[in-house]
Design a protein around this ligand. Structure first.
Ligand code: KG4
Length: 338
């Protein structure tokens, strides 16, 4: 079984062909970062135009595919920026009508949550920390169709916090990789930042207070190299502390509810952070739970995870498809049971 998948929810245009034996036969991801960089964030209208131009170019690669081997076409229908979602969905719809293939609409968040299973053997149910640009949540993945959110952010996401702090430091977008690099040489004890919502023993997150406190320190200090390194290390350390405290709460919930599981993973763009990965890996392994790291290229937005989600759904069965029906929906959440 092979799926041709398209991802266009934010600022990455990605095409991939994924097989049910977990091989990625083709992947091409083109990031529009350089067009958005000077604005300090993604400009939706510009992103939509980029998706259009890039998809026009990628058509050349698609023409070379042996379509006899492709069973269906999958595309992200939400959440994300409406312009990009319309471009990707319409492209997928046109292609599936022309090639007479099933069209499988995919929820981007659920694709992130299932992405660890593309490269690693996680058994359902497993626990996942989803840390993307738009979301931060602790989720039990029970099947390709059943997710239980134990807690999520009540304001900003962790990725957004990285991006806004980076912007305040004058470092550009996306903030995560830039902060991670500077933090390597810094002293994380140098600046004390708050740990919002960590005294509450639930699994919800809050990052807006951390962002405000960070901006306050940035405004009071001279923005030289040493400050940047120490501040980035302190900020990244604080995010790690918050993650650990909330994961601890989620493990308590699993224990109290008697939910047996043996696998844990972090997914989404922030999971590309090697410091955070190492920290959480240590924390999880100490508790005799298997830690599964998603490869760097599959942490940030990519079409391979969209194709893999479609394969998981087809293998699971009971996939109800309306003919070529895909409705771009910017604000969908993780469906608890669908
Ligand atoms: O998953 P993603 O590519 O897009 C969404 O689906 O939202 O996540 C993008 C986010 C951005 O906020 C970016 O700053 C963050 O992931 N990110 C990182 C790193 N690489 C990307 N955050 C921390 N450390 C990184 N190395």
């Amino acid at each position: 079984m092979k799926v041709l998948a398209i991802e266009s929810s934010c600022d990455d245009t990605s095409f991939s062909v994924v097989s049910d034996d977990k091989s990625i036969d083709f992947i091409k991801t083109i990031n529009h970062r350089k067009f958005h960089k000077k604005h300090g964030g993604v400009i939706p209208e510009m992103a939509a135009r980029q998706h259009l131009d890039i998809m026009d170019n990628l058509q050349k690669s698609i023409k070379k595919f042996d379509f006899k081997k492709i069973d269906s076409i999958a595309a992200t229908y939400g959440p994300g920026l409406i312009g990009g979602l319309i471009v990707g969905s319409s492209f997928a719809k046109g292609l599936s009508i022309a090639r007479q293939r099933k069209l499988i609409p995919i929820n981007h968040l659920q694709a992130h949550l299932l992405s660890p299973r593309l490269t690693s053997n996680l058994s359902f149910p497993y626990l996942c920390l989803l840390v993307s640009g738009g979301n931060t949540a602790l989720v039990i993945v029970k099947s390709p169709k059943k997710f239980v959110t134990l807690g999520s952010t009540i304001d900003d996401s962790a990725g957004e916090c990285f991006d806004k702090v980076s912007k305040a430091l004058g470092l550009g977008y996306p903030g995560g990789p830039i902060i991670e690099k500077l933090a390597l040489k810094g002293d994380h004890h140098k600046y004390k930042l708050p740990l919002p919502l960590t005294k509450v023993r639930n699994c919800n997150f809050s990052f807006s207070g951390l962002k405000t406190a960070a901006i306050d320190i940035i405004n009071k200090n001279k923005n030289n190299k040493r400050f940047l390194e120490n501040f980035c290390a302190s900020f990244q350390y604080t995010v790690g502390e918050i993650f650990q405290k909330k994961i601890r709460n989620s493990l308590d919930v699993m224990n109290n509810e008697g939910i047996k599981f043996k696998d844990f993973s972090i997914c989404g763009g922030v999971a590309a952070n090697q410091y955070l990965n190492k920290l959480i890996k240590g924390f999880i392994i100490e508790r005799n739970i298997n830690f599964h790291q998603v490869p760097l290229s599959l942490c940030t937005d990519n079409a391979a995870m969209i194709g893999w989600n479609a394969i998981e759904l087809m293998q699971y069965g009971k996939l109800k498809l309306n003919d070529y029906n895909i409705r771009p929906t910017p604000n969908i959440l993780i469906h608890e049971n669908f």
